[in-house]
Design a protein around this ligand. Structure first.
Ligand SMILES: NC(=O)c1ccc[n+]([C@@H]2O[C@H](COP(=O)([O-])OP(=O)(O)OC[C@H]3O[C@@H](n4cnc5c(N)ncnc54)[C@H](O)[C@@H]3O)[C@@H](O)[C@H]2O)c1
Length: 325
C-alpha cells in the first residue's frame, strides 16, 4: 500500500489532501510545525478530522510535529517511514504579509524546499509534487495565464519564493532524476480555508454586520478554485510524476469573478448586505488571475466541477456549522 508524505498536512489544503489520499487507500505521513500565521487550534481540528478519517478507513496517519528546515527531523522521518512520494505544501502562505517579512518567507519557502528535496534525494524518494502559486504570473498582461508565459517579474516576495522553488525542483530533476511536478494553484477556497483569505474573512465579517476591508474599486479579478477540485488535480499530478521528470501545471477553475461580484455572491448566500471599508489597491496584489487549464485537462484529466456559486454555498454552510459547534 503506497504511503505519501504531506508537508503542511495540518493546513487548509494539506488536510483535505490527507483525507482524500486516505479515502483512496493510501497511508499518510504529515509534517507540520504549526506556523503561527493562524491559530494552532484550527490546525489541531484539521488533524483530528484526518485521524477520524484514517480510523474509518482502517489506514495509518502519522502526525509528525516538526520544521521542514530541520534536516535531521526530515532524515529520521524518511528512515522511519517508507515514503513513495511527497506532496510539498508546507510554506509561509499569503502575499501581503510576505512584503513585510521577506526574510522569513525566503527562509521557510526556499530553504525549507531545499531541505525537503535534499532529504528526499538522500532517502531515494523519486517523486515530488510541489504546491506553487498563480502569483508567479505577476501582472502578466495576457490572460488566461498559461504555463509557457514569462514569469520573471514576481511582484511580491511570496511569488518570488514560489518561482525560486519551481527552479529548484527543476534542478533536482535534472541532477538526480527526481520527478518533480510543480502545480500552480489559483486561489483555493472551501471548508477550512485559511482565515486570512478574502472569502473566509468577508463571510465572517458580513455575517456579523462588520465592515469588510475592500481594496481598490472592486474590479480586480480572481480565479477562485474549490478545494476538492484542487485536491483531485494534485493527486493526479502524483500519478503523472511516475512518467514525467519535470513539469509545471496550472490548477484553477478557469473562470474569474471580480471582487464586487464575489462580495455579491457572499451577500446573497448570507442574506445580508456588506458594509464596505474602502481601501487603496495593495502593492503586491495582482489585478487579475485567470488559469488556462488546457495542460491540466490534457495531462492530468483534470476537470474542475464546482462553480463559484456552488462553492460559496458550500463554504457558507460550513461557516454556519462552525458557528453552531
Ligand atoms: N490557499 C491558496 O489559495 C493557495 C494558492 C496558491 C498556492 N498555495 C500554496 O499551497 C500550500 C498550502 O496552502 P494553504 O492555503 O493550505 O496554507 P496553510 O497555511 O493552511 O498550510 C500550510 C501549512 O504549512 C505549515 N508550515 C509552515 N511553515 C512550516 C515549516 N517551516 N515546517 C513545517 N510546516 C510548516 C503551516 O503550519 C500550515 O499548516 C502552500 O504552499 C501555499 O503557498 C495556496
Amino acid at each position: 500500500m503506497p504511503q505519501y508524505l504531506i508537508t503542511g498536512g495540518a493546513g487548509f489544503i494539506g488536510s483535505h489532501l490527507a483525507e482524500s489520499l486516505l479515502h483512496k487507500g493510501h497511508n499518510v505521513v504529515s509534517i507540520d510545525n504549526f506556523d503561527p500565521f493562524y491559530a494552532k487550534e484550527i490546525k489541531e481540528k484539521n488533524l483530528e478530522q484526518i485521524k477520524k478519517t484514517a480510523s474509518l478507513c482502517g489506514l495509518d496517519f502519522h502526525d509528525i510535529r516538526g520544521d521542514i528546515r530541520d534536516s535531521d527531523t526530515l532524515d529520521s522521518l524518511f528512515q522511519k517511514y517508507k515514503i513513495d512520494g511527497i506532496f510539498h505544501l508546507a510554506a509561509k502562505a499569503g502575499v501581503r504579509p510576505s512584503i513585510d517579512d521577506p526574510v522569513s518567507y525566503w527562509d521557510v519557502n526556499c530553504k525549507g524546499a531545499a531541505c525537503v528535496l535534499e532529504s528526499a534525494r538522500k532517502a531515494g524518494v523519486s517523486q515530488v509534487v510541489f504546491a506553487s502559486s498563480s502569483s508567479v504570473y505577476g501582472n502578466c498582461k495576457t490572460a488566461p495565464f498559461s504555463e509557457d508565459m514569462f514569469v520573471g517579474e514576481p511582484i511580491s516576495a511570496y511569488a518570488a519564493t514560489k518561482r525560486a522553488d519551481e527552479l529548484l525542483c527543476y534542478n533536482f530533476s535534472h541532477l538526480y532524476n527526481m520527478h518533480t511536478i510543480c502545480i500552480r494553484y489559483f486561489t483555493v477556497y472551501g471548508p477550512r480555508q485559511r482565515p486570512d483569505l478574502a472569502i473566509h474573512k468577508f463571510s465572517k465579517l458580513i455575517a456579523k454586520g462588520c465592515p469588510i476591508p475592500f481594496y481598490g474599486d472592486g474590479s480586480s479579478e480572481r480565479d477562485y478554485t474549490f478545494v476538492t477540485d484542487i485536491v483531485a488535480g494534485t493527486i493526479r499530478a502524483m500519478t503523472y510524476a511516475e512518467k514525467c521528470p519535470y513539469d509545471i501545471i496550472n490548477l484553477g477553475e478557469s473562470n474569474t469573478i471580480s471582487l464586487s461580484g464575489l462580495v455579491g455572491l457572499i451577500e446573497k448566500e448570507l442574506g445580508k448586505k456588506a458594509v464596505l471599508d474602502k481601501k487603496p489597491f495593495q502593492p503586491g496584489d495582482v489585478q487579475r488571475t485567470w488559469a488556462d487549464i488546457t495542460k491540466a485537462k490534457k495531462l492530468l484529466g483534470y476537470k474542475p466541477g464546482v462553480t463559484k456559486e456552488q462553492g460559496i454555498k458550500k463554504f457558507i454552510a460550513w461557516i454556519k456549522e462552525q458557528e453552531k459547534a
